[in-house]
Design a protein around this ligand. Structure first.
Ligand code: M6P
Ligand code: ZN
Length: 187
């Protein structure tokens, strides 16, 4: 792969870190995740500047037909008994799909189609995930180490966080006495 600068780009497949110029970074801290975890009081009690995850992205041409490439690094940890997770989103352009590739750590990908029950896939080094169109997606770190996953998605896809409110994803992932427990929200 070649950056638009003409310089070569390298990704460390053990970590997902890019070695390229113009890598963009987006950090998501505890303060940014209001209403995401089932126990928001427990979230508020944690340090607000704790970085729950960050995304590093290659620079992509911003035009229809092009693709974004990025790696999400999600820390291990819990808010009360609920494992750390990304905010999760539908694509604004619902018909646009995405691929995730697990690189390190252990986790779960939550997938929630618009008009069908939610389901999950195990994420691990080497796992491959097709996120279909019309399907919201969220990463959950159920392990003790950083969970990193490479993602590729259309630049026109966009993020729609609002449509998951107020109920969020219908599956939540908890640590119950040391066991990973998938629980249907609101039951
Ligand atoms: C992946 C991609 C990005 C997304 C990021 C963090 O890298 O799906 O589009 O932004 O994960 O997820 P979220 O936007 O839900 O916080
Ligand atoms: Zn997406």
């Amino acid at each position: 792969m070649t950056a638009s600068s003409g310089l070569p780009v390298r990704v460390d497949l053990l970590t997902g870190h890019f070695d390229a110029i113009n890598v963009q970074h987006k950090s998501t801290c505890m303060r940014d995740l209001q209403g995401v975890f089932s126990d928001d009081a427990a979230r508020k009690a944690l340090p607000e500047d704790f970085e729950v995850y960050h995304v590093e992205m290659l620079a992509s041409p911003q035009q229809e037909g092009e693709l974004h490439t990025g790696t999400t690094h999600l820390m291990p940890g819990k808010v009360a008994d609920e494992f750390f997770m990304t905010r999760g989103h539908f694509h604004q352009r619902r018909e646009q799909a995405e691929f995730y590739f697990g690189l390190r750590g252990e986790g779960i990908l939550l997938l929630q189609p618009e008009n069908a029950p939610a389901y999950t896939e195990q994420v691990f080094a080497g796992s491959v995930h097709h996120i279909p169109s019309f399907t919201a997606h969220r990463l959950v770190n159920t392990g003790h180490d950083v969970l990193s996953a490479l993602a590729v998605w259309p630049v026109i896809a966009g993020h729609d966080y609002q449509s998951l409110q107020p109920d969020g994803f219908r599956i939540r992932v908890f640590d119950r006495d040391g066991k990973v427990s998938l629980e249907v929200a609101g039951v």
